[in-house]
Ligand binder design. Sequence first.
Ligand code: NI
Length: 246
Amino acid sequence: MRLQLSTWAEAEAYLEEKNGIIMPIGSTEQHGPNGLIGTDALTADAIAIEVADRANAMVAPVIPVGMAQHHMAFSGSITLRPTTLVQVIRDNVQSLAKHGFRRFYFLNGHGGNISTINTAFQEIHAESSLEGGEGGIDCALRNWWIGPEVKKLSGELYGDKEGYHATPSEVSVTQYLFPEAIKDVAMEPAPKMPPRIGDATDYRNRYPDGRMSSDPSLASPQAGARIFEAAVDFLVGDYQEFASGE
Ligand code: NI
């Protein structure tokens, strides 16, 4: 069930039975020569919607802009400061908690969000611990690619050409979801470099076309379909376990 496509009465009826919700969160940032700026939000949202469908769960609207300060030297990237993103997450969770949601399963599409999401969870708990805010809230963070089958598949398909940013795996998933937006761009494999992140200027100097050690020219919609399915397959069971409180 998509919250955005439900009525308030349907949301109320859902809450009589369940208190879990899937919270997709992504980023709006450059993804190398052929990757879409929306990659991390589009993948997280589509995977979350499919997981919710198969798990009979509610899915919230995607949080589309994340913590991407290091991509700001590339046109089109948008970032929230970490402190802003903490507040966005906190207000989303606490709004939904007012209605009775308690188990928040953040389905994340962007590695750069991880530390800020975890900080937001601690802010939410601190508010309950210190100020008597909404209690009994349980938050989980899962990156969409954590399933063992996803890692195995990416390894088989791309090996060390997977890299760290603008990966062929994530570009493949967007090519599967949005075939009309596939870009045909010639490129050489990016040089192998350690994934070091400073500020935006530093990032662009180090990784001039935006990729980190990846070769997304290997992406295909067919691979994207397989990676999408492997991700959803793992996350459905994982969500159900989380939602049951175990
Ligand atoms: Ni990405």
